[in-house]
Design a binder for this molecule. Structure first.
Ligand SMILES: [Zn+2]
Length: 423
């Protein structure tokens, strides 16, 4: 353990950088970064896990902490269920295909974002990064707010005012500030970018934050081991013959990057031959990645105007993440698909009677996508559906709100009116 080495590695040119401080892009080519662990050379599957550690931290060897014992912030995230759902099989009309749900609802705040928050806040704590700014459509803000109760960082999180009701944590330490923005998610995002440019706050980076991606990667490792639990040795032949799919409701696509990274590592270590096919799904009203990908565009240069009901995964201008999402889906021989708005909303509204839980909109998008894509699967295929979150009763209101501020406000105006952000 003392020989542990961690590097940032450029996703595009492969350049390596020591994993110190907080870095979100390559100095040479501007590419996004992922983590590299040169000393880790697992010979057998059990070498990948660290028995005795809780939750997703069993995969600590592929998580970027030097001193997990003192810096890991674990609040119960990970080790979520992977269960077969025959209701979805019936709805899809495919009894010859197995539909498995990767159910992230048992994470502390009920969403997959707790995986990213757990790693990101642990890293900020270990590397002593004091002030961080980010933007969120609600779920990330909730996760970061909760984990910051143990990381004691100063967080400034920009959230569109209309998503305020989704935020659900108590802030006993008064270290997490939610800055409400009268505008769309992209407006909140550009304010957080400017905040980082003009103050001592560091930009978390969202999809470009390697800590977040590392956290999401753990969901894929869990699914890999759970397939072994379910199918025994047959799991390997299913995966090696390309019969496994993962369907991900996509906002900026960092969940897909996490899966891709996990798959790549498993291939590198010799634990997997073929890819698990990654499927990027978005609602028709905000198909900001799916539409240009289906048209074969290399880049996105224009913001769209979203009309989707599924606000949580609304991303009107995913220009930075787009090339990566396109790459990982193509590389894994996956699919891009946009989902019917009304039908997915119907699933959301009836989810308690159909599935006995109140899922969040992204899970409804994933389920409807599975139904619409039913013809694409071969007999005997295994389709994993990302239930990225469930709705919880909102109980927590005790956190500091700032604003609402105008989307056109300058950072100096915001700081002048809210000097508490400065100390
Ligand atoms: Zn590079």
């Amino acid at each position: 353990m003392s020989l542990r080495e961690i590097f940032y590695e450029c996703f595009e040119c492969g350049n390596l950088y020591p994993a110190v401080g907080h870095k979100t892009s390559c100095e040479e080519c501007g590419g996004i970064l992922q983590y590299s662990y040169p000393n880790l050379q697992p010979k057998k599957l059990s070498d990948l896990t660290e028995r005795g550690l809780p939750g997703m931290w069993i995969f600590q060897k592929v998580l970027p902490l030097l001193k997990p014992a003192s810096n890991m912030i674990h609040l119960g995230e990970g080790r979520t269920n992977l269960y077969e759902d025959q209701t979805i099989a019936r709805m899809a009309g495919r009894s010859d295909v197995t539909f498995l749900v990767k159910d992230e609802s048992t994470n502390p705040t009920g969403t997959i974002k707790d995986r990213s928050a757990s790693v990101a806040l642990s890293v900020y704590k270990e590397r002593n990064i004091p002030n961080i700014t980010l933007s969120s459509t609600g779920n990330t803000a909730t996760s970061y707010g909760l984990y910051n109760q143990r990381a004691f960082r100063k967080l400034a999180i920009f959230v569109p005012t209309e998503m305020e009701n989704l935020i659900n944590f108590d802030d006993e330490n008064e270290r997490t500030r939610i800055i409400l923005v009268n505008g769309r998610y992209v407006d909140a995002m550009s304010l957080s970018i400017r905040m980082a440019e003009e103050t001592s706050y560091v930009l978390d980076g969202g999809f470009a934050n390697p800590d977040q991606i590392a956290g999401l990667e753990t969901a894929a490792y869990e699914a890999y081991f759970q397939l072994y639990e379910k199918y025994g040795k047959h799991a390997r032949s299913l995966m090696d013959s390309g019969k496994v799919w993962y369907i991900h409701p996509t906002g900026s696509g960092n969940g897909l990057l996490g899966w891709y990274q996990a798959i790549e590592r498993l291939r590198e270590y010799g634990f997997l031959k073929e890819y698990i096919h990654l499927v990027c799904v978005q609602p028709e009203g905000c198909a900001s990645i799916v539409d240009p990908a289906l048209k074969g565009q290399d880049r996105i240069t224009q913001r769209i105007n979203s009309t989707t009901w599924a606000k949580i995964i609304e991303n009107e201008y995913p220009k930075n993440c787009y090339p990566y999402v396109k790459y990982v889906v193509r590389e894994t021989l996956g699919l891009f698909h946009k989902v019917n708005e009304e039908k997915s909303k119907e699933i959301y509204e009836n989810s308690e009677s159909i599935f006995e839980i109140q899922i969040m909109s992204p899970a409804a998008i994933a389920i409807q996508a599975t139904i619409e894509l039913a013809d694409q699967f071969d007999s005997g295929d295994v389709v994993i559906i990302g239930y990225t979150g469930v709705e919880r009763e909102k109980r927590h209101y005790n956190f500091e709100r700032i604003g609402p501020v105008s989307k056109d406000a300058t950072i100096s105006q915001i700081l002048e009116e809210n000097p508490q952000l400065l100390y």
